[in-house]
Design a protein around this ligand. Structure first.
Ligand SMILES: NC(=O)c1ccc[n+]([C@@H]2O[C@H](COP(=O)([O-])OP(=O)(O)OC[C@H]3O[C@@H](n4cnc5c(N)ncnc54)[C@H](O)[C@@H]3O)[C@@H](O)[C@H]2O)c1
Length: 383
């Protein structure tokens, strides 16, 4: 094989976006041959390709080697399992599933390791995060003692929530900002600073919007080394803030407004505290500006890496298996808030699934779907 034949399942906002760059030839050695959507009008623009009104038909058509799954999240699990079981390489949109137990079901279907199974966490290609990752991995920060991410610039209007029947319902989406917008941030936080081991979440359901799920969240984390973290997010705040602060014994790193600044302790603050004879002394600092182009993340880079993994065995930037961690953390924050208790990780996936099923069964929420005005969907990507 010298070219990967792609099928896209789910031709809504994201499926169309993937189709666009594939049809423009922005991914080398990739060819879009088929698309599928259960809503026929969404296929009309692709008459030059093979079109299917069900994922099952596309998966069994013999016309693709790989699929991108861009449907509502619950279907990532069932469609992903079906595609893997039929010998297709899979690139699944974030979140890889709605809850941890579904993630485990999906990942368990990846038995044939010749198949490449990746997830669309394109922020891992953002040069700014790559620089921070490199800095942490090279030991510049030393032991991490605190993380703090205020990411309240995911502003969404009522029109956004009314634009799709599945959005922001327990049954259709399985959550709100934590499941839709924040998988990227939670993935990034874990990618950079590791996973917390203890979580206390405070989620306000429908604080800003007429929805039944969370749109305003504050979470407190504890890490295995005793480090702590706070994660704040909202879809109701404008202008909102996006400030990531990671503190290590060797200094403080801040990413805000496209700028990374690193205030570096000349010596470890932990060592200094133990050895200094003066009570009010503090380590000398250096102010370090870290250049990193603010070009943003690129979905097609993840897709290119997926193709390179299939054809050349290139290591994946974003393996699907790593996609479970952000789902587990999102679930833990919600579970903690719903049960008003601190949650130890690893999360009990079965207990969370039972809680979510209870919310679905008890939901009395009537979703009113209104056609949104046509607008540039790429404005929704994080900057
Ligand atoms: N990586 C990113 O930056 C990013 C950005 C936005 C959305 N997403 C993800 O992409 C996914 C889709 O989001 P969206 O905003 O495009 O939603 P959307 O509602 O615009 O599109 C979903 C599409 O799936 C179709 N669909 C539903 N059931 C189907 C089935 N059984 N078979 C085939 N098609 C089916 C719908 O008809 C619709 O066209 C979500 O999981 C979301 O989290 C990722």
């Amino acid at each position: 094989m010298n070219k990967v034949r792609f099928g896209i399942i789910g031709m809504g906002n994201m499926g169309r976006f993937h189709a666009d760059y594939l049809l423009k030839g922005q991914v080398a050695r990739a060819e879009l041959t088929a698309v599928s959507d259960s809503y026929a009008p969404n296929l009309a623009a692709y008459s030059q390709l093979k079109t299917f009104d069900s994922s099952e038909a596309l998966i069994r058509s013999g016309s693709v080697d790989a699929v991108i799954i861009a449907t509502p999240h619950f279907l990532h699990t069932t469609i992903g399992i079906d595609a893997l079981q039929h010998g297709l390489h899979v690139l699944v949109e974030k979140p890889i599933s709605v809850h941890k137990a579904d993630c485990e079901r999906l990942l368990a279907a990846h038995t044939d390791k010749r198949l490449v199974f990746a997830a669309m966490f394109q922020q891992r290609t953002d040069p700014r995060y790559k620089r921070i990752k490199h800095l942490i991995a090279s030991g510049e920060l030393g032991q991490i003692v605190r993380t703090n991410w205020i990411v309240t610039d995911w502003y969404r209007t009522e029109a956004y929530y009314a634009s799709g029947g599945w959005r922001a319902t327990w049954k259709g989406e399985g959550g709100g900002v934590l499941l839709n917008q924040c998988p990227h941030n939670l993935d990034m936080l874990i990618w950079l600073a590791g996973a917390p081991c203890r979580v206390r979440g405070f989620c306000q359901l429908g604080r800003y919007h007429n929805i039944e799920v969370e749109d305003n969240v504050t979470a407190y984390f504890e890490y295995p080394n005793g480090g702590t973290g706070v994660f704040i997010t909202s879809t109701g705040e404008a202008p909102g803030t996006n400030r990531l602060e990671i503190v290590g014994e060797r200094g403080r790193l801040v990413l805000e407004g496209g700028r990374i600044s690193f205030t570096r302790n000349e010596v470890s603050m932990l060592e200094f505290s133990k050895t200094s004879k003066a009570g009010f002394a503090r380590p000398e600092i250096w102010n370090v500006e870290i250049p990193a182009p603010n070009t943003g993340a690129a979905h097609h880079e993840i897709t290119q890496n997926f193709v390179d993994a299939i054809l050349d065995g290139a290591p994946l930037i974003s393996p699907a298996a790593e996609g479970m961690h952000s789902v587990e953390l999102a679930n833990a924050i919600l579970y903690s808030s719903l049960t008003q208790q601190t949650i130890e990780l690893p999360l009990d996936g079965a207990a969370y699934e039972a809680k979510l099923n209870q919310l679905i069964a008890e939901s009395r929420f009537e979703k009113k779907v209104v056609q949104a005005t046509a607008e540039d969907f790429t404005k929704s990507f994080s900057r």
